[in-house]
Design a protein around this ligand. Structure first.
Ligand code: AMP
Ligand code: FES
Ligand code: ZN
Length: 293
């Protein structure tokens, strides 16, 4: 049995799988993330969330293709890629793979040569590749496996700083604009515990590996704080996030200038950027090249 206090219910394995799919479906439909006519590119890290999402989307009748970004980190990336490839082969899912090293951006070199925190640079590179493939291959949206714990921790962090620009953009749906693909997070109603249970019950082999370069997972202290809150007030996390979407977010959206008006093509690669010069990824590439001479 899987007991969920937040839903005041307990499920046998069969009913739990139906519950999970219903929650994914509700998450997609209530926020109009996409329809069954759309082609979705799912970013697959090899972790339980993204693999579970891919399987759920396919069982719900959506058209989904996987994308794995191989970061080239020794002792970690090969395992993540292997798990992703075996999962896609087992279920007959199409998988695209991009390697950061092939783009002149191997992550171990980023760590060795740049003084900036490696995980934030890595995140920037991943997001660029996700977006490029989604736009170039004509997908309607890019889906990631972010769950309710990821989303509420990020929301809480943005609220603690009252970061209006980040709050305006936060949510499971980010509309496409000027060279940027639509981004969606269909697991926003499900907690980490719930996606872990689904992956376990569906027999999904996954790669649990926090980034080897990062001492702690992103937002880990905020996540444990919210977990304690949830333990004493079941359902609070989903309510916090959902109420933000329904009643809070519009206040921040209204106060932001149109992003498209701030964008210009990068003089080196043509990618839209608000930096006023070369885009962030070209700057990373240049910094790596400078340090290698
Ligand atoms: P993380 O920031 O590592 O928690 O990952 C959040 C989401 O980003 C995952 O659920 C995936 O959808 C996606 N993702 C992270 N790393 C990769 C990767 N190397 N390749 C493809 N997708 C990824
Ligand atoms: Fe990629 Fe840390 S180096 S997330
Ligand atoms: Zn560029």
């Amino acid at each position: 049995m899987v007991a969920l206090k937040s839903h005041n219910s307990a499920f046998c394995p069969k009913c739990y799988k139906s519950f999970f799919l219903r929650q994914v479906s509700r998450g997609i439909e209530s926020q109009k993330l996409f329809t069954r006519d759309d082609r979705i590119l799912v970013a697959l890290s090899g972790g339980k969330d993204s693999l579970g999402l891919m399987l759920a989307l396919s069982l719900l009748g959506y058209t989904a293709v996987g994308l794995h970004v191989d970061l080239g980190i020794p002792g970690s990336s090969a395992a993540a890629r292997g798990v992703t490839e075996r999962f896609c082969a087992r279920h007959g899912f199409k998988l695209l793979v991009r390697e950061t090293a092939a783009e002149g951006l191997p992550i171990p070199l980023v760590k060795e040569r740049l003084r900036r925190p490696v995980c934030s640079v890595c995140g920037k590179i991943k997001r660029r590749l996700f977006n490029e493939v989604t736009v170039r291959e004509g997908f309607d949206a890019l889906a990631t496996g972010h769950n309710l714990d990821d989303e509420t921790a990020r929301l809480f962090s943005n609220v603690l700083r009252w970061d209006a620009a980040y709050l305006a953009d936060q949510g499971p749906f980010l509309e496409a604009e000027a060279g940027f693909a639509r981004k969606v997070k269909p697991l926003w109603r499900l907690t980490e515990f719930e996606t872990a249970n689904y992956a376990f019950l569906m027999g999904i082999e996954n790669h649990y590996a926090p980034c080897p370069y990062s001492p702690g997972a992103t937002f880990s202290s905020l996540k444990s704080l919210l977990r304690r809150l949830e333990a004493s007030m079941p359902g609070r996390k989903l309510d916090f996030y959902q109420s933000f979407l329904e009643r809070g977010r519009s206040f921040f959206t209204r106060s932001q200038p149109e992003k498209a008006t701030l964008l210009a093509p990068c003089p080196l690669c043509g990618y839209p950027t608000s930096s006023g010069g070369e885009c962030g990824v070209c700057r990373i590439r240049m910094a790596l090249e400078e340090k290698s001479v």
